[in-house]
Design a protein around this ligand. Sequence first.
Ligand code: ANZ
Length: 976
Amino acid sequence: MNLTHTKIQPFPHSPPLTHPTFLFSSRSLLPFPRNLKPAHVSPSFLYKKHTLLRYGCFGVSRSRTRSSISEVKAEQKQKPLLVKRAYPFDEIEPKWQRYWEQNRTFRTPNDVDTSKPKFYVLDMFPYPSGAGLHVGHPLGYTATDILARFKRMQGYNVLHPMGWDAFGLPAEQYAIETGTHPKLTTLRNINRFRSQLKSLGFSYDWEREISTIEPQYYKWTQWIFLQLLKRGLAYQAEVPVNWCPALGTVLANEEVVDGVSERGGHPVIRKPMRQWMLKITAYADRLLEDLDELDWPESIKEMQKNWIGRSEGAEVEFCVLDSDGRETDMKITIYTTRPDTIFGATYLVVAPEYTLLSSIVSTEQRESVEEYQDIASRKSDLERTELQKEKTGVFSGCCAKNPTSGEPIPVWVADYVLGSYGTGAIMAVPAHDARDHQFASKFNIPIKWVVTPNNGSCFESGKAYSGEGIIVNSSNLKVGLDINGLSSKEAAYRVIEWAEKVGKGKKKVNYKLRDWLFARQRYWGEPIPVIFLEDSGESLPVLESELPLTLPELDDFTPSGTGEPPLSKAVSWVKTIDPSSGKPATRETNTMPQWAGSCWYYLRFMDPKNSNELVDKAKEKYWSPVDVYVGGAEHAVLHLLYSRFWHKVLYDIGVVSTKEPFKCVINQGIILGEVQYTACKDTDGNYISADSADDLGEYLQENISEERVVKSGEFFVLKDSPNIRLIARAHKMSKSRGNVVNPDDVVSEYGADSLRLYEMFMGPFRDSKTWNTSGIEGVHRFLGRTWRLIVGSPLHHGAFKDGTLVTDEEPTMEQLRTLHKCIAKVTEEIEGTRFNTGISAMMEFINAAYKWDKQPKAIIEAFVLLLSPYAPHMAEEIWSRLGHPDSIAYEAFPKADPAYLKESTVVLPVQINGKTRGTIQVEKGCSEEDAFTLASQDEKLSKYLNGKPIKKRIFVPGKILNVILDRQNVKAGSIQ
Ligand code: ANZ
């Protein structure tokens, strides 16, 4: 966005900052997978990295000492409190919050008038962590609140709810450590979050508040599970999980770092265990296709596409040979996306976990294969498939026949092939695949070139040629296949056709997307509504009429140590009877993952108290889909993909009426901590410039307070030694860095309206930005100026006046123009979610209004309406002082009148005898006569015109005035 048009720019002094850590620390919904970076973050990272280098930060990591965080904190504490209350926010904010609550101002009634348009604006509901609200939360919440308030004022029925994604690991871990029931911890945290949110004046309909831990809510989460089960979309399978023998528990991927547990650093192995899976893969194509219709950031759509990872190829059977080279009945089916290269397949690779492996491995090789399988079980998929990583593998002792060339080729076991993708077996073509090339070179396996680039051979390059081209060395008339001379595409087609004809293969589409592992060995989650008959082990769904299946009380939340989930300790709960057969049964003791509750909560908000249905059909039809959904980019894939999957299932069974849940998704940027400045010092304690510090090898660092820093060109330097360049760096806010800003502190010091305004003014909504306390002072001053303009300066003893200064006078043309320009800009910027520039427009208005003698009521009222979505408390207060008994929340948002937006004057060029001699400023509708009079009075033009005989005047209204003088007189005249 181009901010240069506005006179007031959001923090022109904000430096370009470093951005070393991406992941947003907010624990809303679930943690972001470590290996997944939001795509949109990367380009800015490159830029930031570049900036870092400019400040010399990368060298600094080698420094010997650092000032401790406590020092930084102490330094921050010493800063005197500079702020003076610019207006009585501490009185008016609680007053209006009470008013809204008592008057149920933001309640969306159950029976809204559905002939009116609707607007459903939703925040990704937070995980109520023990740390309370973080300033990152109100960034998105203020934006959605502005939209909600704006749309209400435009006459929409608005649904703007809030709730809690309240199951989760931290409460359970805290329970294990302290014995406090997770429910107690969670409810305490929810209460804190709720009161913090209320103190910020968000216009949520609190009567629709929901929490995923409430049985009346998770009843329907369990109900959805039963529908999935009924349709074969939930099933059980033996799946490798992260098993930590020392902790006696299964860990989530996020809890395993480099093969050891995040807590305690104990080794973690992959172990197959019975798990519940959801068949999201059955929806892969629809999840992919329907992305096109969505108004989502392209980066998220791209990430979802990659996550689904559709690829087209073929499955081909390779016959296993016995030790004498004869064909056996066993086949290895491989998946390839390059059937055109099949003649170049000089070996096969099967994954260490390939199911048929034990039946093909030779006796001599069995021991080394098993040893290799054991080592591979400790590695993550990511570690295994890294291209850079040295390839490892063992020979299986058996060979298979390449069905096209007819040649016997060895079968290897290697961990760069994953058991979970394709068929778990590949045909390796070392000439045309980089990983196969590395492997074949290491183990001396023949490399056979079968594709040549269109512009000539590259066979001698020493590496694989993975592009497409013209096929060579690929003919075997004995099997009836000759693809030489064909392009890769034609050849691939021909190979598939041939394989299908001879019954050795078929076309195949594959997805990277895996079925969703839907069980956790945890206490604090929704119980899975399934029982197992004791005699047969058969699994049966709990009857829908028995839902909710509530979590039993438990005192001991520690894992059992055997892999059995904590719920197995609730013996009397686990033991049950199958109601239909009367047979003894046991309950499922795994619980659902945290994703479950967040998959469908947006539907419940439409009808939160319904005890008969998940959501009433008519209500769903009216409110669906969510019009704007705002949250962090860390949920680009999993949460948004899982909800889309459940939504599509609910669509198929007629519970919802739309194919997609969220029409528009917006990701707010990350808020980084305040910039910290550091100076480098040599070992004698002398300051050295950051750009030369690297040459020193070892150096010391000292934190520098903002007052001692000045910007010089692109860099920051010491105020009293401008040749000493400093390191400027902003970090992700985190407890351990001590740079977390608590919104409560900001509210008590500056008020909620200032915090709201500041978060919106920091920069473009979607960009990452740095916190800057002096920035809040800036917006607080703006609100103070607004207050003084309308209400007046405080009285001499500091008290704030009652009433307002507005007058009943008719507004002037200039005032109307200023107002309508502001209305147009603020409206346009809210609609485009460019809140920062909307604020700039209001600041410009206030600056202009300070020049007026009088503040006509009509003008000021309209301005207060514009301000109200941003600073609702102040707006309500002034609105009531202006004599309105009702809340401002449902007043009509002002509309810009185009008549006042047109520039009323134009600059008219004036020509004398065809030559431009000057310009005059005229009203747009100005007549020829008036234009001529003005030109004659103009200082510059008058000397050409006054007293001169005029032959002709050519006038094009609004464009030009050309005056042709009488030639004869010109000769004698004084025109130069
Ligand atoms: C032969 C070949 C020749 C291949 C060539 C590539 C290039 P995508 O696009 O990701 O689907 N592959 C198949 N299954 C695999 C597994 N379980 N683990 C690791 N690699 C696997 O990739 C498909 C390609 O990745 C397949 O095509 C296969 O190698 C490999 F010049 O087959 B290809």
